[in-house]
Design a protein around this ligand. Structure first.
Ligand SMILES: *Cc1c(COP(=O)(O)O)cnc(C)c1O
Length: 396
């Protein structure tokens, strides 16, 4: 059996998205800035895509800027939020310890430029406490950037409450919603969001396209100098095929959100229940505030990398944390932020599901993972060492 359970790293392009992009690769090849019929045709399609993306977020089309990826949207939003703050003499930013590197590295760059960043702790459940956020606000706080849904452990932050606080204090609020859009309801009005980043390839559009929502009235500066594309703020001929595919994928996931969420949540819960039966296992994140598709576990006494390789041999594609940190031997910053000791964080496994997965696949995962964990433990010196101090759970 083959199971793709790494949808938080990237997703397969849907049939709908593919069909939406094909005409733009063939007959609809015009440059939307051209004045002739081919250009007009492409421009009409672009206008339609912007309307679709805006509608899915409850935004207005003028508030949507297409970008090359989610990382670019994060960089743009945070850099701009900081620049606008500095103009008003405010150079303090609030974020948290489990953000994606697209956010953390942008913040690190700003710190070198003289901004001060408070990283809120997330506690053992992976969630920021609203009282702590309120307490961290200073007269010079210009920007709060807190992710919607975490890519490694799937925790959902109290976005609406955070948005309301920021709005009442006149502080810009950005959220990295790359793992949220297409997976859980996102409404920029109800959630009081000023800036939001999203990425197509996390919800069945191709790689290389994303968007930044920026509430009207916020005076965004140009991010890429060039032509008049994206209201002159992001030059470069628009990636029409990818943009059309993203809009189609977004519309499809928004339309089917309730049933997709129900299906994915049921699979997630079955996985959590089954994997929890493995001795010395820890389920990461908060069971009540969790994205539908992300399951994160740590198994004591083993290395996450070895687990992944064995699962790959069994036909299961999974991850030990985020794709961006794989290859490095350090445990993920997200798992460490939960307060897990290094040796436990090392034995991590992330399974991320989407609506294409099936219960049969979940059953197969639940058949394979416990066996592989047991095999690896029996070869592990760390596990042997643990057995000196505890009864062997595999001995009956
Ligand atoms: C994938 C991801 C990103 C980066 O998006 P790209 O389009 O791959 O640049 C940013 N934030 C989160 C939470 C992600 O999961």
């Amino acid at each position: 059996m083959f199971v793709y359970a790494d949808n938080a790293a990237t997703t397969a392009v849907s049939k709908t998205a593919l069909e939406a992009m094909l005409p733009a690769l063939h007959e609809m090849y015009g440059n939307p800035s051209s004045l002739h019929q081919k250009g007009r045709e492409a421009n009409m399609a672009l206008i339609g895509a912007r309307e679709t993306v805006a509608k899915c977020l409850n935004a207005s089309p003028k508030e949507i800027y297409f970008t090359g990826c989610g990382t670019e949207a994060d960089n743009w939003a945070i850099t701009e939020g900081a620049r606008l703050g500095a103009l008003a003499g405010k150079k303090h930013i609030i974020s948290d310890t489990i953000e994606h590197h697209a956010v953390l590295h942008t913040l690190a760059k700003l710190e070198k430029q003289g901004f001060e960043v408070t990283y809120l702790p997330v506690h053992s459940n992976g969630i920021v406490r609203v009282e702590e956020l309120e307490a961290a606000i200073r007269p010079d706080t210009c920007l709060v950037t807190i992710m919607f849904s975490n890519n490694e452990i799937g925790t959902l932050q109290p976005i609406r409450e955070i948005g309301a606080i920021c709005r009442s204090r006149g502080i810009l609020f950005h959220t990295d919603a790359v793992q949220a859009v297409g997976h859980v309801p996102v409404d920029v009005e109800a959630d009081h969001i000023d800036m939001l980043s999203l990425s197509g390839h996390k919800f069945h559009a191709p790689k290389g396209v994303g968007a930044l929502y920026c509430r009207k009235g916020i005076k965004l500066k140009n991010f890429i100098e060039g032509g008049a594309q994206e209201r002159g703020k992001r030059g470069g001929t628009e990636a029409i095929p990818a943009i059309l595919a993203m809009a189609a994928a977004m519309q499809e996931s928004c339309e089917h959100l309730p049933e997709n969420m129900a299906h994915v949540t049921a699979m997630r819960d079955k996985l959590i229940e089954g994997l929890s039966k493995i001795p010395y296992s820890h389920c990461n994140g908060d069971p009540d505030h969790k994205a539908p598709g992300i399951v994160s576990f740590c198994f004591e006494g083993i290395e996450g990398e070895s687990l992944l390789l064995r699962l790959d041999l069994a036909g299961i594609c999974a991850s030990s944390g985020s794709a961006c940190t794989s290859g490095s031997l350090d445990p993920s910053h997200v798992l460490l932020a939960l307060g897990l000791p290094h040796e436990i964080a090392h034995g991590s496994l992330r399974l991320s599901l989407c609506e294409y997965n099936t219960m049969e696949e979940v059953d197969y995962i639940l058949e394979q993972v416990p066996q592989v964990v047991k095999t690896l433990r029996q070869m592990s010196p760390v596990w042997m060492h643990m057995l000196e101090k505890m009864p062997d759970p595999y001995q009956d």
